[in-house]
Design a protein around this ligand. Structure first.
Ligand code: SAM
Length: 261
């Protein structure tokens, strides 16, 4: 199959993305380590500690967090750990949501290894980020996170509007996503070699699935620049501080944040 899909419809894109993640669910965590040489763990740690979940005044106040495209639980588990161990806050509820039941199943299975106090504050929800279910009510959440998910959405503005809908005033939208290395041409050349050359090959050798990993690389290429994505966040009604984003590893990834006024 070929994934150069400028002309396909939204539902076709959604089906394709579903296929990709169904076929990578089992190998997903191992592949992340290989493709990013382990660096995705550092980015995720930084993302979570910068959001400082559980840091409420007074300490111990409840917080509700939605981790969208939460997949196998990497961000949600880290947030629960941070809330309980770093901030000693046992009242942070985290909903891990994903459109793909296979990714969620892997997440649910992995969560069984967590301490009971962490498991008790985690729940799993099959949901499309573009049309969140009504049970996620307007103005109901403190924090919305999406990590390496949003570039797969067919309709990013719709997902941003939904994020804005479910967050409380003062609630935070936070996104960790692959981005652009354009500011460093030499580093960019090396990075492009790695992503277009090595990643599909690793996908073929390790996961037996070249096409899915080729798709992942192409989806990174198509995703907007730091500035353009920041403008989309602002268009959805969020306020941003400063330039609105933070580059990680020269822009291979970036964190964007917005606050619902
Ligand atoms: N957040 C996890 C992480 O950082 O490791 C998983 C990221 S994984 C690369 C992308 C996830 O996005 C997949 O689990 C996929 O099923 C999910 N996804 C794709 N389209 C979606 C949509 N429209 N709504 C919700 N989740 C979606």
């Amino acid at each position: 199959t070929h994934f150069g899909y400028e002309t396909v419809t939204e539902s076709e894109k959604q089906q394709r993305v579903a296929g990709v993640f169904t076929s990578v669910a089992e190998s997903y965590d191992k592949m992340n380590d290989l493709m990013s040489l382990g660096v995705h763990r550092l980015w995720k740690d930084h993302f979570v500690s910068s959001l400082n979940p559980g840091a409420t005044t007074p300490i111990g106040n409840p917080q509700t967090i939605l981790d969208v495209a939460g997949g196998t639980g990497d961000i949600a588990f880290r947030m629960q750990q941070h809330a309980q161990s770093y901030n000693s806050n046992p009242n942070v509820k985290i909903i891990v949501s994903d459109i793909n039941p296979d990714m969620l199943a892997v997440g649910r299975q992995r969560s069984l290894a967590l301490p009971a106090t962490h498991q008790a504050n985690l729940s799993f929800l099959e949901a499309n980020a573009e049309v969140l279910p009504p049970k996620l009510e307007d103005n109901s959440l403190d924090l919305y996170t999406v990590s390496f998910g949003i570039r797969n959405f067919s309709n990013i503005p719709a997902a941003l509007r939904e994020a804005h809908r479910v967050l409380k005033p003062g609630g935070v939208f936070a996104c960790l996503e692959f981005s652009k290395v354009d500011k460093y041409p030499l580093f960019n050349a090396v990075y492009k070699q790695w992503s277009f050359g090595a990643i599909p090959l690793i996908g073929q050798l390790v996961a037996g699935d070249r096409d899915s990993y080729q798709y992942l690389v192409e989806s990174i290429e198509r995703f907007p620049s730091q500035e353009d994505f920041r403008d989309m966040i602002v268009d959805a009604g969020f306020e941003v501080a400063g330039k609105g984003y933070e580059d990680l590893t020269g822009g291979i990834a970036a964190i964007h944040r917005g606050i619902k006024p």
